[in-house]
Design a protein around this ligand. Structure first.
Ligand code: KIV
Ligand code: ZN
Length: 389
């Protein structure tokens, strides 16, 4: 199976980050856009966490038809019951239950022995099956877990009926090669692994969430937990737009792996999340940042105008940005400037007139961060006192 399942956790892990909490209405609005984007699974929240989260999961379960709706639940009957109840109206529902398997989490957070954790994990999966056949199990802090124990837990939960086993790098500690190796080791050491989909959930504490996810996909993971704009606990999760566009742009590298994401909806989804949360991405953010398709250096502008692929590895339109943006500033060259004049309708200027305007433009650009179309029009009228076609 080479379809990569996109499990979007913007409304759960993403919303957990400070400053990103959303109202029920905002979460439903976001869920509708995620459905349009074509995500396979929407993790709508953590139903047992609060009344608001229960309401949000429930409202999304009622509204969304094309994506599977999921709720997180600890490995506790009370959490799983809440998740099952909130998800009841969903056409397709998933319960995502988890328990930590690393020594540090078991000892200090759970205060449980590995045997107790194993028993609890199996019990949770079996109990969740009372509400849906689609049960996902996460071994929290999997990357820092002792390998043989992790394999044993995965084997047991698959036997108990988990259809997806998720491998979180909860604290963003893994290096890409190590994380890919872990996926390969799971495939080679969990005897019933062919009965489940391997999923990954990477955090970005070292800025490696996307790299680690891609490394795991290369080794056989077929579900990725992602968030829009990479929001999530602490430094965030793997960004949906970066994972999806990496797979699309580098299909030569990922071979026949593909996603069903409607990439033309990416930019709109990113902007909607920014508007809802009031938190905007940095200009140089890959795929969705303001500068992602902007070219200011003269040499780059010349290249892009001559042949777009000189400096663009994907088309702005493919992610829903109307067109690549040539920003005119002090680094811009005459070629880009002349092209902008033509785009503005000034096609009949002599070379001398263009030269004169270009000198004025450079002088202005030294004083301003960006020269806008209105500035250029003002230059033309000041300099030439005439109207061009
Ligand atoms: O980071 C993590 O381990 C999680 C789990 C609940 C999947 O968010
Ligand atoms: Zn997480």
């Amino acid at each position: 199976m080479n379809r990569l399942i996109i499990f979007d956790t913007t409304l759960r892990d993403g919303e957990q980050a400070p400053g990103f909490s959303m109202t029920v209405e905002e979460k439903v609005t976001m869920a509708k856009q995620l459905e349009k984007l074509g995500v396979d699974v929407i993790e709508a929240g953590f139903a047992a966490a609060s009344e608001g989260d229960f309401q949000a999961v429930n409202a999304i379960a009622e509204t969304i038809k094309d994506s599977t709706v999921c709720s997180l639940a600890r490995s506790l009957h009370s959490d799983i019951e809440k998740a099952g109840e909130a998800l009841a109206p969903a056409e397709r529902k998933r319960i995502h239950t988890f328990i930590a398997t690393s020594p540090i989490h078991m000892q200090y957070k759970l205060k449980m022995t590995p045997e107790q954790v194993l028993e609890r994990a199996v019990d949770a999966v079996k109990f969740a099956r009372n509400f849906t056949d689609d049960v996902e199990f996460s071994a929290e802090d999997a990357f820092r877990s002792e390998r043989d124990f992790l394999f044993k837990v995965f084997e047991a939960v698959i036997d108990a009926g988990a259809k997806t086993i998720n491998v979180p790098d909860t604290v963003g500690y893994a290096m890409p090669e190590e994380f890919g190796q872990l996926i390969e080791d799971i495939i080679n050491n969990v005897p019933n692994i062919d009965k489940a989909v391997i999923s990954v959930h990477c955090h970005n504490d070292l800025g490696l969430a996307v790299a680690n996810s891609l490394s795991a996909i290369k080794k056989g993971a077929r579900q990725a937990h992602v968030t829009i704009n990479g929001i999530g606990e602490r430094a965030g999760n793997a960004a949906l737009e970066e994972v999806v566009m990496s797979i699309k742009v580098r299909h030569d590298y990922f071979k026949d792996v593909y996603t069903e994401i409607n990439t033309k909806e990416i930019y709109k989804t990113s902007r909607l999340l920014c508007r809802i949360t009031g938190s905007f991405v940095q200009p140089n953010k890959a795929i969705v940042g303001d500068n992602a398709f902007a070219h200011e250096a003269g040499i780059h502008q010349h290249g892009v105008l001559a042949h777009r692929e000189t400096y663009e590895i994907m088309r702005a339109e493919d992610v829903g940005v109307p067109a690549s943006k040539i920003v005119l500033g002090k680094h811009s060259g005459r070629h880009a400037f002349k092209t902008r004049l033509e785009e503005l309708g000034y096609r009949n200027l002599s070379e001398e007139e263009v030269d004169k305007l270009f000198r004025k433009f450079k002088a202005l650009a030294d004083k301003k961060k960006e020269v806008f179309d209105e500035d250029i029009e003002a230059l033309i009228f000041d300099e030439l006192f005439r109207t061009y076609e």
